[in-house]
Design a binder for this molecule. Sequence first.
Ligand code: 13P
Ligand code: SF4
Length: 367
Amino acid sequence: MNVQEPLPKEYQGLEPDELRERIQAAKRALGGRLVVLGHHYQRDEIIEHADYRGDSYKLAKDASRHPEAEFIVFCGVHFMAESADILTPESQKVILPNLAAGCSMADMASAFQVRRCLRELEGVLGPLEGKVMPVTYINSAASLKAIVGERGGTVCTSTNAPAAVRWALERAERLLFFPDQHLGRNTGAALGFDPDADMAVWDPAKPLGGLDPDTIRRSRFLLWKGHCSVHMRFTVEQIEEARRRHPGVRVVVHPECRREVVQAADLYGSTEFIVKTIRAGKPGDVWAVGTEINLVNRLAGEHPEQTVFCLDPEVCPCSTMYRIHPSFLCWALESLAQGRVVNQVKVPPEIAAPARLALDRMLELAG
Ligand code: 13P
Ligand code: SF4
């Protein structure tokens, strides 16, 4: 995890109204020098200050819309800020208000483990060109995106995962998909592949991923054993319960959920897809949503003409997204306004250059 220095004392324990006013004042002082991006999973007290809000794919594109802005303050998690840094000109500084805002899924694959995996696969399959195409979910460290870029692969997001998987399988016999096994499995299954016959899970803690060479040879998908603890909370039983209690309910979930949950839902897609689906709903519609609670509650508040609730009655937010507290945003913005750059996320050039290749491919692949 990245280390965050404690907030200066003067920022601790400030009241919400004071924080709001100070954030607004710092934004006014910085004017066009600043763009604030907010991921859908951020709390409302952060989203109200965002110039753009969206999912990771949309924000990666929004980040490059203001080349004139000196600072991009990314209210999201570390890998998102890294991607924004890679995709924007050298002159722009990307700031993550709390450096401890990481992603537990992204931490499930390291550059060391992925390099070892590729070496082990080479041992079984020979040179990997045309044999294995690496595809990394955007929820990964820049060093992993760099490995993928070096090997001619692509980054994907939950928005463009089907296009990325099709693209990869046009170029190689199989793909190595990391770090989220569920997004990989759900995407492959939607494209007609059989999760049992065509896919195998690569466990980075075991030699050869815990697989035998024959399984590797016949697999079209090698799925990294990673997951999102927030989306793993959703279950088929919750969907059945929602259907019992709310006849006519429609269930929409994120593709980081387990396969059986995605199958039991009516619809699934990225957070942006979930937002658009509910925005397009009609008065009286009832939605059970399987994704992060801040987004679900916001959608419920924005659509009082519909009923929107979270599938999991014991909801919990993404604890790392939640680390972007308004007091951190206030501190970061006031520091910038006073000429002090804090919490800059800067990817070293030797990682940024190959990672950019993989991110550019992601942007080229239509969602
Ligand atoms: P999106 O790509 O839908 O923004 O999802 C990012 C994420 O972290 C989901 O858990
Ligand atoms: Fe990572 Fe899951 Fe949080 Fe998304 S919701 S940032 S995948 S831990």
